[in-house]
Design a protein around this ligand. Structure first.
Ligand code: GDP
Ligand code: ADP
Length: 213
């Protein structure tokens, strides 16, 4: 029998970008494509919920007290303070998906990316999304109209610092045309799934069988 996709090692696909560059939009597109079989890691955050967000789907919105308790109990795979709020990735769901040889999708910042890479090494694939221009970044944040003015200004202030981290990533995509950016992401995922080290065990078995014919 040819190797099945589920017999390889799972990948943690990480998307990062400055706020407004489009990682949430691209994440939603990836999740809508059921054939890709990606599972979103739902972060916990102390940030206020936006009107478009649903608790437990986009984030789990928790108090700072609860966040600190989870962090101190070792329940977070990584965590960071971003734009004055705490964000973290619950560890257990990610471990479960990886153990099944399936892939998780993370929408986290560069500080969290570094921590995950230290812990999961070669099982991580990291992609940085850039906006086509600073003017367009501001326009997208204003069009999204989900944050108060001060929050938008804070995100724009932080954007230059975040953009400077592009060299920490395996891949960089400029999100100008959305469909083009999405197609590039899928190409990255497909190629990464075929990498020999992720499929070593299953291919070894398959080749042994081929050679025995
Ligand atoms: N380290 C870390 N960063 C996160 C996590 N969840 C979200 N973030 C990042 O926090 C930043 C702010 O996210 P959010 O409040 O949704 O704002 P947005 O980027 O403007 O949509 C983004 O850079 C996210 O990638 C997490 O669990 N851990
Ligand atoms: N390629 C694109 N062209 C135009 N608008 C876009 C593009 N990608 C995303 N947007 C819009 O920009 C805004 C910010 O995108 P979002 O995905 O929320 O960014 P992030 O999660 O990185 O903060 C949203 O209103 C989204 O619809």
């Amino acid at each position: 029998m040819p190797p099945t996709p589920s017999s390889r090692r799972g990948i943690v696909l990480i998307l990062s970008s400055p706020s407004g560059a489009g990682k949430t939009t691209l994440t939603r597109m990836l999740l809508q494509d059921r054939d890709l079989d990606l599972t979103l890691s739902i972060s916990v955050t102390t940030r206020t919920r936006r009107s478009s967000e649903v608790d437990g789907i986009h984030y789990s919105f928790i108090s700072e007290k609860r966040f600190v308790a989870m962090r101190d109990a070792g329940e977070l795979l990584e965590w960071a303070e971003v734009h004055g709020n705490f964000y973290g990735t619950p560890r257990a769901p990610v471990e479960e998906i990886l153990a099944q040889g399936r892939d998780s999708l993370f929408d986290i910042d560069y500080q969290g990316t570094r921590q995950v890479r230290e812990k999961l090494g070669a099982d991580t694939v990291t992609v940085f999304i850039l906006p086509p221009s600073m003017k367009e970044l501001r326009a997208r944040l204003e069009r999204r109209a989900e944050d108060p003015r001060e929050a938008i200004e804070k995100r724009l202030d932080n954007a230059r610092k975040e953009i400077a981290r592009w060299k920490d990533y395996d891949y960089v995509i400029v999100n100008d045309d959305l469909q083009r950016a999405f197609d590039d992401l899928i190409a990255i995922l497909r190629a990464e799934r075929q990498r020999r080290p992720r499929r070593e065990k299953e291919i070894e078995k398959f080749v042994a069988q081929l050679l025995s014919e």
